[in-house]
Design a protein around this ligand. Structure first.
Ligand code: DGJ
Length: 584
């Protein structure tokens, strides 16, 4: 029996299990459509079997899933950590070791194991590029360097980094990725275990700001392609401010060579440091450098060429099986601020417009978000309606609530999750909370009726408008009473052990709310925005959770738990449904 036949028999059994009602999956299995993206207000949601799916995910280490045996002990950890989805790399070298012969047994096994563990999958296509370089390209690609050219950097040096100017490389990558998607459709087109695809990984030129091979130099000296010029003109008013400023500096030229339209690039003679050290940056530059374009033309030129290449690969896959696709960015950082110290041409926010123009088939431009400026990066990645999916990040629990509640995220996924996934963790608590509130979150994302906030000990009370009320939030932390804000207290004077708290706030109806906190407690007071009776009373205060779409009450709260009906405190890891009323 070949592996495909075995796989089909196993899949048929899974379908039967689901039809007979014994499937204990947390999500309905049906044939109601391929996973896809759908707009809801300002949000874009991932729809799986008809419902918004919030991917409470983690990414496995790069080579963890290179055999089923190696990943076997990890599945239970993921389940105990409350994950519902896992991001797993597929290596081009491993899938197509011989040109034209694809091997899918591992992929089939991963899909089977994910199903057995009631987990969804996102596959990461490590094709031509992984962290800028090309270590996952097959041996037959790497060795035939005439046919599959590498980039050249200053001084004529080549790197193990395939050039975007290799049409044969692009076509071979696209063929392989197309074969992968055709296979995934064959084995998963009904059960929808595989939800999304990442194409390539953290693309961009390293150790120089652009490719300086002969073909690249010829293109660089030539005109900016018409398609890009048209796109920029049509979207002139909504371009990212950084890009607009660069173009404005050249008088918004509508044609010309790359340097005529976007200004000068890095001189050929300047040898890139691995980190941004020379020329030295001032302290102020160090703080702000990661938000700006440096040698903009080089990065814009590379962004266009990566986007065009990646678009061909994505299209080849979508033609076979149209799953949502994201491309991920290695972010610019204070000590890696110049293109080349981070991959030049990847989908960082300053060049999102270039990516949209060059790779319209890619649905999401995604941050690998290890920077401390979490909310700011999310803001920059959600400009112009870009959906937020965070394929790599740390396990910070308050960031989970911020992502789903404030930035309408599709998914959150700490990297190397097998090292940290466990039941007794802050991440598991945050994932548990989000899954217990998932129907309420899914119903309100993209509207004015959902948000999230984080607070620290010593913060002044925070007013937020939600539905018909202003909510005043006060930090309680792990104690029972609010900690009075002390405006004179400096950050250093705060109790360093007091945890950061985050709360997700949802208005499900005019006087009905869902709340959930992680890290510490937060007290909430209500002030009506509407005129009339201004005193607000607490109606039902119910600790509970959604089970199969229905709210189930676990504890009905009053008395001491609500300050005798006068004080609402959202305690960590205990989702609440709250109704309120007015009196005078
Ligand atoms: C970002 C990459 O995308 C990952 O594959 C991995 O290499 C991590 N960096 C390591 O921190």
């Amino acid at each position: 029996m070949n592996s495909l036949v075995r796989f089909l028999i196993a899949s048929a059994c899974s379908v039967l299990v689901v039809i007979l009602g014994y499937g204990s999956l947390g999500y309905a299995q049906s044939e109601s459509g391929v996973p896809h993206l759908r707009k809801q207000g300002s949000a874009t949601q991932l729809i799986v079997d008809g419902q918004p799916f919030l991917a409470l995910a983690g990414e496995l280490g790069n080579n963890t899933a290179t055999s089923l045996e190696n990943v076997q002990p990890i599945w239970p950890k993921l389940v105990s950590g409350n994950l519902n989805c896992v991001l797993v790399a597929v290596s081009w070298a491993q899938m197509e070791p011989v040109e034209g012969r694809s091997e899918f047994a591992l992929i089939d096994g991963l899909i089977q194991e994910a199903r057995r563990n009631h987990l969804k999958l996102v596959f990461l296509w490590f094709g031509s590029w992984k962290n800028g370089l090309s270590s996952y390209a097959p041996y037959w690609v790497k060795t035939d360097y005439k046919h599959y050219p590498r980039i050249q950097i200053t001084g004529g040096k080549t790197l193990e980094l395939l050039s975007t100017f290799g049409d044969a490389t692009r076509d071979a990558d696209a063929r392989a990725y197309g074969a992968l998607m055709r296979h995934i459709k064959e084995v998963d087109g009904v059960l929808h275990t595989v939800l999304m695809m990442q194409v390539e990984n953290e693309v961009g030129v390293l150790r120089d700001s652009r490719d300086r091979s002969a073909r690249a130099n010829t293109a660089f000296a030539g005109p900016v392609p018409k398609e890009l010029m048209n796109y920029l003109q049509q979207h002139k008013e909504s371009l990212s401010p950084e890009l607009r400023e660069v173009w404005a500096g050249q008088g918004f030229r509508t044609s010309g060579t790359w340097e005529e339209v976007f200004g000068p690039g890095k001189p050929d003679s300047f040898d890139m440091p691995i980190q941004t050290k020379s020329p030295p940056m001032s302290v102020e530059e160090h703080e702000t450098s990661w938000r700006k374009l440096h040698w903009p033309v080089d990065e814009i030129f590379m962004a266009w060429n990566y986007a065009r290449y990646v678009n061909t690969v994505v299209e080849a896959g979508k033609k076979e099986y149209d799953l949502p696709v994201f491309v991920n960015a290695w972010l610019q950082q204070p000590n890696h601020a110049w293109p080349g110290t981070y991959p030049s041409g990847g989908p960082v926010p300053q060049v999102h417009d270039i990516w949209r123009a060059g790779a319209p088939a890619a649905d999401v431009l995604a941050p690998d978000l290890y920077l401390e400026y979490f909310d700011e990066v999310c803001t920059r990645f959600t400009r112009n309606g870009n959906p937020l999916f965070i394929p790599e990040t740390s396990t910070n629990a308050t960031n989970v609530l911020s992502a789903f509640g404030k930035f309408n995220a599709i998914g959150f996924s700490p990297f190397f999750i097998e090292r940290s996934a466990a039941a007794d963790t802050e991440l598991a608590a945050a994932y548990g909370l989000v899954s217990q509130l998932a129907p309420a979150i899914g119903a309100q994302q993209g509207k004015e009726t959902i948000t999230a906030a984080r607070m620290n000990q010593g913060d002044a009370p925070l007013d937020l408008k939600l539905g018909n009320y202003t909510l005043t939030l006060t930090y309680v932390g792990l104690g029972r009473v609010p900690i009075a804000p002390d405006p004179s207290a400096t950050a250093a004077a705060r109790d360093p052990k007091a945890p950061e708290a985050a709360v997700i706030l949802i208005a499900a109806g005019p006087d009905e709310f869902y709340f959930g906190a992680v890290g510490g407690g937060i007290q909430i007071a209500f002030t009506p925005i509407t005129p009339g009776r201004q005193i607000v009373g607490l109606g039902d205060v119910q600790q509970g959770k959604f089970v199969q779409g229905q709210w189930r009450v676990v504890r009905q709260l009053g008395g001491d738990d609500t300050g005798q009906g006068e004080i609402l405190t959202v305690r960590p890891n205990a989702p609440l449904r709250v109704t309120v009323y007015h009196y005078e």
